[in-house]
Write a protein that binds this ligand. Structure first.
Ligand code: PGA
Length: 249
């Protein structure tokens, strides 16, 4: 069984000085946990996190990555740049980027491949909207999105990528999928990964995200194919992160 990952998506919150203070507070209160912790921060915060967290057990990374290696792409940040400051992870294909930045699964696939080629582990997000869920089509929808988002990803080792199932209707709404729903989707994702990556599929971490809190994380992550959580709102205060890590332990 892969080690659980508690991935904290700060979204567009915290300035570099706030990030630095936050990391200091976390380091002083870090609970014993079996899970790996990773902070996904705005890119400008990463040097501050590097300064405070390098050498600790807490990992960190970005919320997006360029699909290109280098060149005339104003505003973009490459895998090499992230790696140079010590980032380990990058979220790709978060539903907010699919929606507000019009990222297609083809772009997500290129970003995931660019991350892996540059030594960054992509956390590849997939999940259905409310309209799809209401029609009961969440499994085929999510698996199609997954296959498209992985279409350029030549995984050689299971630890080179993470998949996050985030039903869009559960993000930031306080509505969570039931643990059973999350578990069923994770089972379906695992099967699809087996079809694509055979022996590596068993060790790819599958996260659930969408209104995860200290009070519901344990039940969700107890599902056999759920290997951790991607947490937005509840990742912003240290106290709540300590609660999440303790609940997961
Ligand atoms: P939420 O966000 O925990 O605030 O629902 C999760 C996410 O968007 O990754």
């Amino acid at each position: 069984m892969p080690q659980n990952l508690l991935a904290l998506n700060w979204k567009m919150n915290k300035t570099p000085s706030e990030a630095m203070k936050w990391a200091e507070t976390l380091a002083s209160q870090l609970p014993q946990t079996q899970a790996e912790l990773a902070i996904l921060a705005p890119a400008i915060d990463l040097p501050a996190l590097a300064q405070k967290l390098n050498g600790s057990s807490v990992g960190w990374g970005a919320q997006d990555i360029s699909q290109h290696e280098s060149g005339a792409y104003t505003g973009e940040i490459s895998a090499a740049m992230l790696g140079d400051v010590g980032a380990k992870y990058a979220i790709v294909g978060h539903s907010e980027r699919r929606l507000y930045q019009s990222e297609s699964s083809q772009i997500v696939a290129s970003k995931a491949a660019a991350a892996i080629n540059g030594g960054i582990v992509p956390i590849i997000c997939v999940g259905e909207g409310l309209d799809v869920r209401e029609k009961g089509e969440q499994v085929p929808f999510t698996l199609d999105q997954l296959r498209d988002s992985l279409s350029q990803v030549p995984v050689l080792r299971a630890d080179q990528m993470v998949v996050a199932y985030e039903p869009v209707w559960a993000i930031g709404t306080g509505k969570t999928a039931t643990a059973q729903d999350a578990g069923e989707m994770a089972d379906a994702i695992r099967d699809a990964l087996r079809g694509l990556y055979r022996e590596y599929a068993g060790d790819v971490r599958i996260l659930y995200g969408g209104s995860v809190k200290p009070g519901n994380i344990a039940e969700i992550c107890a599902q056999p194919n759920v290997n951790g959580a991607l947490v937005g709102g509840a990742s912003l205060d240290v106290e709540s992160v300590v609660g999440l890590a303790q609940a997961l332990a």
